[in-house]
Ligand binder design. Sequence first.
Ligand code: GLN
Length: 291
Amino acid sequence: MSTYRQMCLEGEKKLRDSRIEEWKLDAWLLAESAFGISRAWYFAHGEEEAPPEQIQKYWEWIEKRSDHIPLQHLTGQAFFMGMEFSVDERVLIPRQDTEILVETALEKIKEPIRLLDMCTGSGCILLSILYLAKERGISCQGIGADISAEALEVAGKNRQKYRLDARLVESNLYEKLEGDFDMLVSNPPYIPTGEIEELMEEVRDHDPILALDGREDGLYFYREIIKDAHRYLKPEGWILLEIGCSQAEEVMKLLTEHGFTEISVKKDLAGLDRVVTGRRKAIRKQEEEHV
Ligand code: GLN
């Protein structure tokens, strides 16, 4: 027989011994999910005995986490922009750094817009923008595109949960899309192929390779997205791209070469370059094809 407190302490020890970076936090989050408890409840009832079937689940998770299976794959959930998204091995786990992209997008949304999220994965970017804009009384329409039908199944589940007006399209980049968006957002795969081997085990072995691999120099998807963006963005429409921290200069250069203006870069909480933004010029119809 074990109490909640004993189990949590043992879980912490096991994760620490297995060199899990955030051992204390992870042990707690797994306890929260396996036992269905809150912090406040735990402080009042920690010395009570935990039900054996919940202990079994908790311990199973602790052992898997010790093997570097990501926490979010065990609980099936990831928190992003204060929202709860379903995730599994079919999608990239939403990252906190990506919240900068969403916040930057929300700052620019003052009226209902048409939004395109390229490489939508779990749908976390698309759905959080739509949801938070709606909370501010702005009903936007959105499309999430992804080459992976499997990823779109996960995005579909998340869309259903938040009941949002979003269309999910299986498309290799722009292939199946039609234009006229006010804003294009994307967190495309951007790790150079040769650097994937060096990533943390949790990322390298558990995030889908398709969601990570930005080809030889990591910039393949930026080139493809930026090259055709003017066909899908309205004049004065915004493009917002999450980037790897060493890619700002090259992505800004690509935007400049393709006629974008108001180009700027935003840093993440660690002070690293994270989001590059640009705007399509205001131009007359007949000039469009020559941008
Ligand atoms: N848009 C999703 C996210 O940011 C997926 C990104 C990807 O698969 N590269 O989490």
